[in-house]
Write a protein that binds this ligand. Sequence first.
Ligand code: 13P
Ligand code: SF4
Length: 332
Amino acid sequence: MNYTQEVYKEKILALKSRLSVTVVAHFYQRDEVFEMGDIVGDSLELAKKAMADDKAFVVFCGVGFMGQSLKILSPEKRVVMPKIACCAMAKMINGLYYDQSIQKLEDAGIKSEDILPITYINSDAAVKARVGKMGGMVCTSANAQMIITKALAEGKKILFVPDRCLGQNIANMMGLKSCVIGDGSDPKESDIICYDGFCSVHQLFSVEDIAFYRNKYPGILIAVHPECDPAICDRADFVGSTSQLINYIQALPADQKVAVGTEFNMVNRLRPANTYILSSTKPECPTMNETTLEDLYLTLKAIDEGAPINEIFVDEDTAYWAKIALERMMAL
Ligand code: 13P
Ligand code: SF4
């Protein structure tokens, strides 16, 4: 099958009007896939809006942990993904690595009952389940600071997985002490102990890129996602999650230049002019970009034929504990 984009779009729209389906698309999806979304947003918005949806199938155009989180929160829904593409950062931690991290902290003299774990939503259900079992919760980049503030009130050490940059950036913003497991420092001396994971896409932005833009366009603003390295966030004018970046940039006067440090599909859609990508290397999330119009069409066609493909399932025990961790976030 090899139709043009226009033909795929027509076929997708026809199937969508006939079937009980909602197409959900993250802001980082390719433009043509994003256009087909009935619900679009960042990871938190997608989870919330898709939970409230009443169609039989949710067709989730995003990365694996997003479809999985929706299935955990709304087990009655049938969630399918045109591509079950796995976020590279989420892949950096699994249940075993999580258990080993807890062991390392215990070896360093921190009792497990004194640890409150928080996992970024960019993680597998097995990690969320372990966090839920230990009394912890999930966060997204949109609510990480609020979740950490609530967690600190319990007077425990925060173990933040898997994104060391998000953990360190929040710690810096809140004037807290942080470390990364294995960096040689004593974790007992830190408020937030981070796992050593990161997003390879958001590591592309450098201090030199910021200097280049500030030099080329005096007065330009630098706006970045908190998955960027702390050295980048410290030098930026604005640090925010996907939806916070959108709101900030779209509210700027039309002639205000801004260089943005996040995924390119989203940046290109933000504003007609005066918006630059803060890197000479294209910040393309390979897994977000995997989903094509053809994949979406084939997924809808399979539902129409009564044989859905790429359906998301989570085993009962994992789903039970992961849901607790997700719901603690939702409740806040
Ligand atoms: P958001 O939570 O902002 O949607 O981000 C998800 C993500 O993967 C960013 O790289
Ligand atoms: Fe994962 Fe980074 Fe892609 Fe976001 S941009 S989905 S964190 S690999």
